[in-house]
Design a protein around this ligand. Structure first.
Ligand code: ATP
Ligand code: MG
Length: 178
């Protein structure tokens, strides 16, 4: 069976602050908010894949060593082609790029396509045609795990099912000595 897959960071810990941003943006005329249960920051989008690949994805994710980190979400942006209005980090934390790059290397080794123009973001509105004039907040997102999600299209809209999650870990003393 084919499944639509992506790796992402969950953003539920800042959901109420993101919802507050949506309320401000709504006053500006943005009308199609992302459901708060769906807030996430994509690391790698894999698209439709045969489910036989899942054990390999679970293995590379489990073997990945990357430390936990904090991300400051402090910039609004607009993807003009996708009509997405988003909030993201103005300066992506080096540990985020480390995680994305390491995961990307593993996915490439599995023969999966990896996009080269990575732009970390949390989508707040769809069908957005104009950039916001609202000043961006500075939300701190504590990142301690990453998740492989399945994107499921249902009658009442898309939702994301977490298939498996992995903690981000600081290197142990033993590993550093190796
Ligand atoms: P829908 O496509 O139904 O409007 P969605 O875009 O939220 O909803 P998906 O298309 O399954 O759902 O995407 C899941 C995640 O992967 C989203 O964060 C989306 O922005 C990202 N994504 C989707 N397509 C791509 C792509 N071609 N390149 C990079 N990221 C993508
Ligand atoms: Mg999409």
């Amino acid at each position: 069976m084919q499944r639509r897959l992506f790796f992402a960071l969950p953003a539920q810990s800042v959901a109420s602050a993101l919802h507050h941003c949506q309320q401000q943006l709504h006053e500006e005329g943005h009308r199609k908010p992302v459901n708060a249960n769906n807030f996430h920051l994509t690391l790698h989008f894999l698209g439709m894949q045969d489910e036989h690949i899942l054990p390999q994805l679970y293995q590379v994710a489990a073997e990945l060593r990357s430390p936990p980190f904090e991300l400051t979400l402090d910039q609004y942006g607009l993807f003009r082609h996708a009509h997405c209005l988003w909030l993201g980090p103005q300066h992506p934390a080096p540990p985020l790029l480390h995680l994305v790059n390491r995961l990307g290397e593993s996915l490439t080794q599995l023969g999966l396509p990896v996009s080269t123009d990575y732009r970390p973001h949390i989508t707040l509105f769809r069908n957005a045609r104009a950039m916001t004039q609202c000043p961006a907040p500075a939300l701190r997102l504590q990142v301690s795990e990453f998740i492989l999600y399945e994107s499921i299209s249902a009658a009442d809209g898309v939702w994301y099912k977490p298939l498996r999650r992995w903690p981000l870990l600081n290197q142990s003393v033993d590993e550093k000595q190796q």
